[in-house]
Design a protein. Sequence first.
Length: 582
Amino acid sequence: MLSRPLDTVVRNLEDACRWPLHYLGRDAIQARNECTMRMLRAEVSTAFSGICAPTVSMRMLGACLSNYQEERLALEYSSAIDLDSHCRDELSMLPDPPAHIYSNRLSFATADTMKILRQHSEFTLDILDEVFLKRPSVSLSVKCCLHADCARAHCMLKAGWIHVAGIPCQDWSSQGKKERLEGKGMVPLFCWIALRCRLLTPILVLENVHSFPFSLLAEYMPMYRFEEVILDNEALGHAVSRTRRYCLATLVSYCTLSRPLSQLPHELGRTRGASHTWRDYFLADDLELLAELGWSMNRKRSRSHSTRRPTAATLANPTAWEDSLVPWEWKHLSQCRAIEAGMVYTLSQTPERRQWSSRHVMQALIAGQHMLYNDEANRWATARECLAMQGFPVYPCMISAFFGNRQQFKLCSFNSMRSKFGLRPRCRSAVVHAAGNSMMLSAVGGVILWACAFVDIICGSVSVGAAVPAPLSLPALSASVGVRKRRRRAPAEPLNLRESLTPSDSTNVHCTPSKSGSADALSLVSVSSTPCDSCASSSVSWPSTPSDSCASSSVSDSASPAFDMMFSAICARKRARILRDS
């Protein structure tokens, strides 16, 4: 760790990538040395996981804490839940993949609960409260995707130490339907609440749009104490705007937050220098640009439709990119240019929404962004550039800025080739959607670090000090209850970023029809001039090797022995309160 923080002014993309060093170099963080042990031994779970910005940020923080020695990283990722199959593929490719990956929050609902849900066409808060929180409504033993072919087909959902969730925001976003409490996202949200009330994870890190009322969760989860903060990427020194409300919930009677979360922007914030703008994120080389342009030209409605693969001469044509747009994209681009030229436009949005950048700061990325058109460069952002805008280290300059002259290793799933995992090549539309839906790494990483540094462990009314590590990480406790130790991994081979991000063993890219009827191909790999025949296939080959944490379908729904030992009294009291009316 640093003896002092880095410069608080972000002057370029390299400075922006060094956010873990800046955070860990702050005096307030260094004074809480116990966060080092918690970060290296934390057991984390996620829901609404996406491409898992939380664990990538934890891995980057852990790398700095462990002096960049990968073999010393010990992140225990117990479970992830996401409905998107492309995101589940990325989760399985993480350097520290989850032990269990689930496809649907509602898969944890019992048969009786699903039967009651089918009887209703509309759901009010009172109905959802009756269905999920005033009766036994969820099971913790559910089949996961990784062990679907295992004879012991059901896996246990564990409480863990930290749970991170990006709660669905479509009903609350200014770009969504604004249905709020009447939206379709309320059903999976209440199912998630029922699971959290059942598991009683000590720390919850939650994220949503700034208009989301976390007071709603506090009403139905009285066993937690909630603290909120609104974070904007600009306050953290980045040139991409994204205002989100973060919430840190701690389990009452077990842990407490010694320093308010509202102090995070002041303590960890940085200033964006005038030299750091959205232009720093347009880093694609010719190979990546040719792949992106080839995808666009191959669309049937493209104004320059062609099945031929573009060449370097095509890139030299200053109008090649705008010529390849479909009619509605060209219409939106022309209208945006007429209002304000020289910006980055979100082409999926009508010009009336005014979704474009300022002269220096990019507008917020959204799931349905489709294309971010850079009018200065007269091209749109590639899929990989969209990932970079959310802080994912996917370019050599970003990797080098983080590691310096130390040996590099993989930080996220996008540092690996899918062919090594037996998965289909990435789809451009899926990556752009996931990037727009992701959390910013430095924002969620700062909140998780704040939890590790300033959450104090208490037992009843007696404080035992903040230096107590995560409950499931206590060496003596693990030995007494027979918790299986994590096997030490062999040192990883040096990261070959070029090989990882631009695999040469794939000649075709799977294409997915978009809303306009076009086909999307990913810019991270080479493209074929014609779509492959297996585009219609949606099957994914999941590993079938059973893990030691698999449980038979007859096992009782309980947390791990270590968790029961530490929290038996709390669990009994809280669960009795929740199930009192059942």
